[in-house]
Design a protein around this ligand. Structure first.
Ligand SMILES: C[S@@+](CC[C@H](N)C(=O)[O-])C[C@H]1O[C@@H](n2cnc3c(N)ncnc32)[C@H](O)[C@@H]1O
Length: 457
């Protein structure tokens, strides 16, 4: 394992490298230690921009200035950056324009915050886009920055933070792969697999694996295949994504079988979370015969939408609302809920980071054309929450605690919060903090369903 892709060149690079690192240290006091993926990308891009590294991230054998085409920093799309380090690395190593897109509201907010540390002159190079397709389109006319004389056709570089779900990488490549002269996928070694190389090989002739650095590695696909490039003029990147679908069996008498849809990246795909099933059974038992007339119902972290659709079937007159950090989840929920309430405006949905303090206001959704929506404390009669337990490969309760706090605040006086969680976690005190009459509604080997009501105003 190398300590740096650029060990051989640290003296040559002192100036530009130190300049980039000064900004990155302003961004995170933990730089570079806590950001192995962004660090290897910074080194790779810098090495390429200076003509010191070849496309595989290895030293150029004959040295930098030996008649090879002048290095080019191409316009760059950054997809799925979780915290902003990849965006900063791209800008600070010379990309003349950078378009950013991803699925998570929290990650986009982190990237926006990261960009604030850039000098004003570089900040203008960054654009935030609603989707990978929009990011690539935004760069279509962007100039490249050629270092030195001559230069090769710049093309477009796409940098992807290796997604948790393989289906997300496949989707990114379906949409943008055919327009990218170079695709750089960065990830932790233990999460990368030869399947990824094969996928990259479908559109590009050469797939390189960089040396590893601090347990991160990059895959670089170059040499766009002619057939793939030609077909990019067709529908591949524009055609809508087809969601995975499955039929979920009924968990309780009042809930029918539900056709669940899940776009790539949606938590759990199209399968039903067993904790959500336990929660729905408990709600079905308590709300039997209740039509939900005028009730405002919210599922916070709505995932593939099965839970919200089941609540819609249980409470056919209720107004349904769903919020998720992931746009894929929000889009999936729209389809899943529509399958139980066809022909109506079935649910008010929003992509939001539910851990941020209330009130929440969604912006009008750019190319998605959604209207702004407000979420204020005390505005729902029933809030359900099945919080995430893992973030990537890490077990965390921090997000769940923040979601519980906001979920409880969103409950109207006299209204109810219902939470399901892994039984070994201790969430009761978090509910008791804001709610009264906190009790356990159900429990099985793995999950516990807790509920509480908001005190009357
Ligand atoms: C365990 S799933 C629950 C999905 C669905 N409610 C169910 O019960 O089947 C948790 C969901 O929370 C979402 N989530 C994670 N962090 C979030 C955040 N900060 N704000 C909003 N939603 C979040 C995830 O994207 C995921 O869809």
């Amino acid at each position: 394992m190398l300590s740096s892709l650029l060990s051989e060149y640290s003296s040559v690079l002192e100036g530009p490298w130190a300049e980039a690192d000064t900004v990155l240290t302003r961004w995170s006091s933990d730089w570079p230690r806590g950001h192995a993926n962004a660090r290897i990308v910074e080194e790779y891009l810098l090495g390429r921009a200076m003509g010191l590294l070849d496309v595989s991230g290895r030293p150029v054998v004959a040295g930098p200035a030996s008649g090879a085409p002048a290095p080019v920093s191409p316009p760059t799309a950054v997809l799925g950056d979780p915290e902003g380090g990849l965006v900063l690395a791209a800008v600070l190593t010379g990309a003349p324009s950078v378009a950013v897109a991803g699925d998570s509201a929290a990650a986009t907010a982190a990237c926006r915050e990261a960009v604030e540390v850039l000098p004003a002159t570089l900040r203008d190079a960054v654009r935030f886009c609603d989707s990978p397709a929009e990011a690539v389109a935004a760069l279509a006319e962007a100039p490249s920055r050629t270092v030195g004389e001559g230069g090769e056709a710049p093309g477009l570089r796409v940098i992807i933070d290796s997604p948790k779900q393989f289906a997300v990488l496949r989707e990114y490549l379906r949409v943008v792969g055919r327009q990218a002269s170079e695709v750089v996928v960065v990830g932790r070694e233990k999460h990368m697999s030869p399947r990824m190389n094969r996928l990259l090989g479908e559109t590009h002739a050469d797939v390189h694996v960089s040396p590893g650095r601090a347990k991160s590695r990059i895959l670089v696909a170059s040499g766009l295949k002619k057939r793939a490039a030609d077909s990019s003029a067709g529908s591949a990147g524009r055609s809508p994504q087809v969601p995975a679908q499955a039929t979920a069996t009924s968990p309780a008498e009042a809930v029918p079988e539900i056709r669940v849809s899940a776009f790539a990246g949606t938590f759990g795909g199209a399968s039903v979370d067993p904790g959500a099933r336990l929660l729905v059974r408990a709600v079905a038992h308590r709300y039997a015969g209740h039509a939900g007339e005028g009730m405002r119902v919210l599922d916070l972290g709505c995932g593939n939408g099965w839970l919200l659709a089941a609540l819609g079937a249980l409470l056919p007159k209720a107004n349904l609302h769903g919020v998720d950090d992931s746009q894929a989840a929000v889009d999936s929920t729209a389809l899943t809920v529509a399958s139980v309430r066809p022909g109506e405006d079935p649910a008010a949905l929003a992509q939001l980071d539910g851990t941020t303090p209330l009130p929440w206001r969604t912006s009008s959704g750019g190319s998605r054309g959604t209207a702004p929506r407000d979420f204020v404390a005390g505005s729902f009669d029933l809030v359900t929450l099945n919080p995430p337990f893992h973030e990537g490969a890490t077990v965390t309760t921090e997000t769940a605690h923040a979601l519980i706090r906001n979920a409880a605040e969103l409950v109207a006086p006299g209204g109810r919060l219902v939470v399901v969680h892994n039984s070994h976690l201790r969430y009761r005190s978090h509910l008791q903090h804001r709610l009264i009459d906190v009790e356990q509604w159900a429990r099985d080997r793995r999950f516990t369903v807790l509920t509480g009501t908001a005190p009357a105003a």
